[in-house]
Ligand binder design. Structure first.
Ligand code: SF4
Length: 731
């Protein structure tokens, strides 16, 4: 067998590291970081190194599966699509497009075939029932950014290479290497910041890995972020620290913000956020007086009842301190392709709106074309017109990753057709009537559609397949085109290439009109997703082609982040909207909530380097060592509750005796007293799943006790942290 070294982008997380993979034939012999990669410069984490194990994992599905008599059996591709063709059209004919729903999981964002063609399937179905992991994660940030800057992906990220003060709120980038911020080797960049005399401050209910590296760490009460941030904004105005600088002429709404924060002096918010008034004032002064400073808030600021409010306030502070769109502050990347904030007329646009429709059962407003994931179960369970009967689950495992997983599992079991795109028979896909697995990532190409829009530096990269796909195994985009063929009445045997040509022409015609033929002709030597990459690169701000990008195996460096205001704005006013009306209204909700008593014990999640939500627990290389799905408890709480290190305990949702899980206790002074931390994505002990390694130490499903009725009313995001619990020792 021939030995060779090849390169590809890691498809597992937002860091998008470039990997150098040594192969002997089709066998991976080693994986390390690609030193020449223009974005990650040789960084790799243990998950990337485990891609070889993922390639050979015996539990990874190699063939489609059909549920027959309660058991999943492997079938041919034609049999799988025939089964869908037998069941789907009659259901759509009888109940209409509203009977179908699409659920998109986190891996979809990393797989261009699923992302681009999944959207086409949704359009073909004609359904507005779209749910995704976004409402379990970052939707508040996207909504706040949309209202302020005019587009859902106009999210400003810290310019870490030049900042002198990085304040991290509710995030653990040392474990994640960025979230809504592609920043591979965060540790190296944070250390470089410190080496040049800069500082990092972390505010988190846990002394995280990032906090351990920081110059300062402050505990904060889970759910207290919006109150801390309101106190910071109040201080900036009270102490006349506001400096808009060149943003002044591009900003509307300053007076409304001044009025909104009037009641939130540091003394008023200190108890609610658990941070002393003097500390809040000092932090505001630090942010305002450090010439190059960046405030970054993430998952903890989003997955709470004030998620959008907190996400908005982070950027209000960046604007008020003159750090937005400034080198060393927070800046807007300029991606080479697919970025809506580089399309259309610069400096002005339609902005974003929400609530164009509401969910059928709870009346939750649509946000970014989606309904809250927490509404999924009720939309399946509740009879009546529009009841969801058909579900396409694309790279998603909501039974473990969404609140009230047991209810979701029960709802999935009553679907009339469920099709899962998944590489595992897992806790969710076990309910599917048909499972369509993708082939190994090593056989797939890779182009990041979303993450260059959030990256620490402007780059563009493409990876070609390293090994051939198994004979007859179609790529994901072809599977989706076949499904579209079924939906459009052309059958599972549709000519995939011809239908793809039609779909692409339809998409281009929508934006290009009479120029369509000329545009398509330029990319005619590409097909499938490659053609979409080429079209997007040609239309992008650097006017590149896919051939140019492919010719650079380490990627093309497009330069450091540069100021983009006003060009990046797509608000109707052409200004930064500092005071979106619904957010100003939401401040009143927070005001009314200022004096709410703090529960004795609340729960939060925990990001871990060797885990990726629910789906990397089956790889021995990552699963080895001490069990990580433990409940972290502060020793004073443990003493009060009679818990001991290594012992077992129940965690029960306060006031819901029937919502209980059993966990292993780990004592740690690094967790704030009154807070328990349990990572989500565990609970691999459900019947019907096939995850041999994960099942050996299944852990407990945090989402089994979380509430699917608790969400941020603006974004629809689930409340995953700060939920009151009770804890009792088990014998
Ligand atoms: S941080 Fe790890 S999992 Fe994420 S892209 Fe890099 S190597 Fe892959």
């Amino acid at each position: 067998m021939s030995q060779r070294v090849a390169h590809r982008i890691c498809p597992l997380c937002e860091a998008c590291c470039g990997l150098e993979i040594a192969l002997d034939g089709d066998r991976v012999t080693s994986i390390r970081g690609h030193a020449e990669d223009v974005s990650s410069h040789g960084f790799i984490c243990p998950k990337g190194a485990a891609l070889g194990e993922l390639h050979t994992d015996p539990d990874r599905l190699r063939a489609p599966m059909i549920l027959r008599d309660g058991v999943h059996v492997a079938v041919t591709w034609d049999e799988a699509f025939a089964e869908i063709e037998r069941r789907l059209p009659p259901l759509l004919a009888a109940h209409g497009p509203a009977a179908a729903a699409v659920v998109l999981g986190n891996p979809t964002a990393h797989k261009a075939g699923l992302l681009l063609y999944g959207a086409r399937l949704t359009r073909a179905l004609g359904t507005t029932n779209v749910f995704s992991a976004s409402t379990l994660d970052q939707m508040p940030k996207q909504l706040a950014a949309g209202w302020m800057f005019g587009h859902w992906l106009s999210v400003a990220v810290p310019d870490i290479a030049r900042t002198d003060l990085l304040v991290v709120l509710g995030a653990n980038p040392l474990a994640s290497n960025g979230s809504m911020w592609t920043v591979p080797d965060f540790r190296g960049k944070a250390k470089a910041l410190q080496a040049r005399g800069g500082r990092m401050i972390v505010i988190d209910p846990r002394r995280t890995e990032t906090a351990a590296l920081a110059d300062e760490h402050h505990f904060i009460r889970p759910g207290g972020d919006a109150f801390l941030l309101l106190g910071l904004v109040h201080t900036l105005f009270a102490e006349q620290l506001v400096r808009l600088g060149r943003l002044a002429e591009h900003t509307d709404g300053l007076a409304a913000v001044v009025a909104a924060v009037a009641d939130f002096a540091p003394e008023a918010v200190a108890a609610r956020c658990g941070i002393a008034a003097a500390t809040i004032r000092a932090l505001a002064r630090d942010l305002a007086t450090t010439p190059r400073a960046a405030l970054y808030g993430r998952i903890g600021t989003c997955t709470q009842e004030y998620g959008t409010l907190a996400s908005w306030l982070v950027d209000v502070i960046n604007v008020l301190t003159g750090h937005l769109d400034a080198p060393g502050g927070v800046m807007f990347p300029k991606a080479a392709a697919f970025a809506a904030n580089t399309a259309g007329a610069p400096g002005r646009g339609k902005g974003v709106t929400t609530g164009r429709r509401r969910s059928r059962v709870s009346g939750a407003p649509e946000v970014f074309g989606e309904l809250p994931m927490t509404c999924l179960a009720e939309e399946i369970e509740t009879p009546g017109a529009g009841q969801v009967r058909v579900l396409f689950a694309i790279g998603t495992n909501p039974v473990l990753s969404a609140p009230n997983g047991p209810r979701i599992a029960a709802a999935l079991a009553q679907l009339e057709l469920m099709v899962s795109f998944d590489i595992y028979l897992n806790e969710t896909s076990r309910h599917a009537h048909v499972i369509l697995p993708s082939f190994s990532a090593l056989a797939d190409h890779h182009f990041d559609v979303a993450f260059p829009q959030l990256a620490w530096r402007n780059t563009v990269r493409h990876s070609s397949p390293l090994v051939p796909p198994p004979a007859g195994h179609p790529p994901e985009w072809e599977m989706l085109v076949r499904l579209i063929g079924i939906v459009r009445g052309r059958g599972a045997a549709v000519d995939v290439r011809a239908l793809d040509d039609e779909l692409t022409a339809e998409d281009v015609r929508r934006v290009a009109g009479p120029a369509t033929e000329a545009i398509l002709a330029a990319s005619a030597h590409h097909t499938g997703p490659d053609r979409l990459f080429d079209l997007a690169l040609r239309a992008g701000p650097y006017r590149l082609t896919l051939d140019q990008v492919r010719a650079a195996p380490a990627g093309l460096d497009l330069g450091e982040l540069a100021p983009r205001i006003p060009e990046v704005l797509r608000t109707p006013s052409g200004k930064i909207e500092l005071a979106p009306p619904l957010l100003i209204e939401d401040v009143a909700r927070a005001r009314a909530d200022l004096a709410r008593p703090v529960p004795d014990l609340v729960i939060i999640g925990r990001r871990q380097l060797r885990s990726n939500n629910s789906w990397m627990h089956n790889l021995p290389m990552l699963a080895k060592g001490a069990f990580r799905g433990t409940a972290l408890v502060h020793p004073t709480d443990a003493a009060r509750l009679g818990l001991r290190a290594g012992g077992r305990a129940t965690i029960t949702r306060a006031g819901h005796a029937d919502r209980s899980i059993a966990v292993e206790v780990e004592l740690s002074p690094d967790i704030m007293p009154g807070v328990v931390s349990l990572p989500h994505g565990w609970g691999h002990d459900l019947p019907g799943a096939r995850l041999a390694t994960a099942a050996k130490r299944p852990g407990a499903n945090l989402n089994a006790i979380l509430d699917d009725q608790l969400r941020d009313p603006l974004s629809g995001n689930a409340v995953l942290g700060g939920v009151a619990i009770e804890m009792r020792a088990l014998a």
